[in-house]
Design a binder for this molecule. Structure first.
Ligand SMILES: NC(=O)c1ccc[n+]([C@@H]2O[C@H](COP(=O)([O-])OP(=O)(O)OC[C@H]3O[C@@H](n4cnc5c(N)ncnc54)[C@H](OP(=O)(O)O)[C@@H]3O)[C@@H](O)[C@H]2O)c1
Length: 318
């Protein structure tokens, strides 16, 4: 497609951690015709509302960073909402894009679409080769249908509809609420509070031995811009760094960045989760994109953002 700085780009979920990073990245590159709607302005579960939004605004490009997201507890408590709302959101966006002739669509999913026991590192071809991790299968099944919807449009109509599957993300606008946050922002907050409390010990869950991969959210935004500006020849691409580390190494890196000098206590009575989760990123690298922000640099930037913004989430109970 002929993309230029006036192309109308609709970012669904533009206030979220991922959507807002994509918005900033596009703005920084000079794209001046970005559109976004909050969930109260446009409920993406509402097919009629989405249809009329598309016929009124006629975007050239659509990026789907909207989703009902949450951890294991939320997935287990609301399986129907995780399955149905995510399918509604993405179906309405994909089908409206298809019907209004949108030529470029970028769908964002997550690495949980791959089978629980798929070989590591996870390759795109492992999709649908085995049972999913049961704790988030509702969310994963919805995301898999999104990948397949984009793939079917590519196959049948030759449009450049792409699905990007990011690994664990972190960065500005992350969730630092200790009740619901992911491991990396939770550690930043815990080490910071422990430092402020006189370098008291920090207690962390599990043994520290599982291995995980983390991608700075602005790197993902960069990958989305790359996918927007280049024609892709396939539908599904992993986005990650291709490098992992143990949770213990992560804790030590965050401890050093925050400047906490107390002890780290590991509560090995708590579950560890899957031993390893690493993406094979060679397909995206072969397409010409590679992550740029190393973990140490990304954690420094995220901690800086945390320090500048912590007032806004101080009221969150910990
Ligand atoms: N965070 C991660 O570690 C991670 C890792 C891999 C993949 N991803 C993927 O990235 C995508 C975005 O995740 P995120 O972390 O940015 O989530 P987030 O911060 O919770 O943002 C989600 C966005 O979706 C919008 N949304 C939710 N329900 C909606 C509805 N019914 N109608 C309209 N908008 C709705 C929200 O809009 P409002 O703010 O206006 O309510 C919000 O802006 C997801 O597909 C997720 O799977 C995230």
């Amino acid at each position: 497609m002929n993309l230029n700085d006036k192309s109308k780009i609709y970012i669904a979920g533009h206030r979220g951690m991922v959507g807002s990073a994509i918005w900033r990245a596009l703005e920084a590159k000079g794209y001046s015709n970005l559109i976004g709607q909050t969930s109260s302005e446009l409920d993406l579960r509402d097919q009629e509302a989405v249809t009329s939004f598309f016929s009124e605004h006629k975007p050239d490009v659509v990026i789907d960073a909207a989703a009902r997201v949450g951890g294991i507890l939320a997935n287990n408590t609301y399986p129907y909402q995780f399955l149905m709302e995510n399918m509604q959101i993405q179906n309405n966006l994909i089908d409206s894009s298809f019907r209004t002739d949108v030529q470029k669509f970028i769908f964002l999913g997550s690495s949980c679409i791959y089978p629980k026991l798929a070989p590591q590192p996870l390759k795109e071809e492992h999709l649908l080769t085995g049972p999913l991790e049961p704790t988030n299968e509702w969310y994963a099944v919805a995301k898999i249908t999104g990948v397949k919807a984009c793939e079917s449009i590519r196959k049948q109509y030759g449009r450049d509809y792409i699905s990007l599957m990011p690994t664990n993300l972190y960065g500005p606008f992350d969730n630092f609420d200790l009740n619901t946050s992911h491991v990396l922002p939770a550690m930043i907050r815990k080490f910071h509070l422990a430092k402020e409390g006189g370098n008291v010990p920090v207690e962390l869950w599990g043994s520290g031995t599982p291995m995980r991969e983390f991608l700075y959210v602005e790197d993902l935004a960069d990958a989305v811009v790359f996918a927007l500006e280049n024609e892709f020849h396939d539908n599904l691409y992993n986005v990650g760094t291709g490098v992992d580390l143990t949770i213990k190494e992560l804790a030590e890196l965050i401890q050093k960045t925050v400047g906490h000098s107390g002890e780290i206590l590991w509560d090995s009575s708590k579950p560890d989760g899957t031993p390893r989760k690493l993406m094979d990123v060679s397909k995206m690298e072969n397409a010409g994109w590679k992550a740029k922000v190393g973990l140490e640099e990304g954690i420094k930037k995220t901690y800086q953002w945390f320090l500048e913004n912590q007032e806004s989430f101080k009221e969150v109970k910990i």
